[in-house]
Design a binder for this molecule. Structure first.
Ligand code: AP5
Ligand code: MG
Length: 217
């Protein structure tokens, strides 16, 4: 199964993808996670992306399309979930072109819908594990031991782009450049809308219902 998961910053894309990976035997391809790994490893791409990410702007399309086309090409036959990519109409067109060339188009696009008013609280309370990437929230999705990852006991971190002023800019960027991607896919693919403002378990259950219906098709 090949899925694109769309949604504003903090909509819960990463949280839901991590739940889908084992259930559907798909690879989670998060452009943000790949960029953070590039930065942590001190690569040239990581250095090029740094200022854009820290100020809440998008990394240029040419760098992202090359990076994600490489990740998609290496994904297993069983499929993948794209998280954070495509994020501009140009990226979506480039992805479609490269998928069309080997006849493996996206099966479904899921759009996680959420109001801006909820996002700030989610982002400022987010904590993540630098080792395994698990995502928590200080109130909504707490780890068993405060400040430590349930999977590996690692100290949880706050993302530098979760500062309120950067979140504000990321939201502006989302509305200007990424929301039009939903419109693009509505013309070119099957788009499922999911209310992402409810509890994570409820969002997950809805997603599973929708994806199971597709798998059975
Ligand atoms: P990226 O890492 O993709 O960030 P984002 O899209 O802004 O999304 P987030 O990861 O912040 O949110 P999420 O939807 O994954 O939410 P999460 O599950 O963590 O991108 C970072 C940067 O990289 C970009 O700004 C850009 O510079 C660059 N970049 C990346 N891709 C690019 C591209 N294609 N083109 C150009 N540049 C690119 O959840 C958030 C919090 O809420 C957590 O604490 C979680 O526990 C909690 N939570 C989740 N679901 C719920 C729920 N249902 N109820 C209550 N709390 C919840
Ligand atoms: Mg994420």
């Amino acid at each position: 199964m090949r899925v694109v998961l769309l949604g504003a910053p903090g909509a819960g894309k990463g949280t839901q993808c991590k739940r889908m990976v084992d259930k559907y035997n798909v690879q989670h391809l998060s452009s943000g996670d790949i960029l953070r790994t590039e930065r942590a490893e001190g690569t040239e791409l990581g250095a090029q992306a740094q200022d854009y990410m820290d100020s809440g702007r998008l990394v240029p399309d040419d760098l992202i399309v090359k990076m994600m086309a490489g990740a998609v090409a290496k994904a297993p036959e069983s499929g993948y979930i794209l998280d954070g990519f495509p994020r501009t109409v140009n990226q979506a067109e480039e992805l479609d072109k490269s998928l069309a060339s080997d006849g493996r188009m996206i099966d479904v696009v899921v759009n996680l819908q959420i109001d801006d008013s909820i996002i700030m609280e989610r982002m400022t309370g987010r904590r993540s594990c630098p080792k395994c990437g698990a995502i928590y929230h200080v109130k909504n999705l707490k780890p068993k031991v405060e400040g430590k990852c349930d999977n590996d006991g690692e100290e949880l971190m706050q993302r530098p782009d979760d500062k309120p002023e950067v979140v504000k800019k990321r939201l502006e960027t989302y509305h200007e450049q990424t929301e039009p991607v939903v419109g693009y896919y509505k013309q070119h693919a099957c788009v499922l809308e999911v209310d992402a403002s409810v509890a994570a378990d409820e969002v997950g259950a809805k997603l599973v219902d929708m994806l199971d219906a597709l798998v059975g098709c």
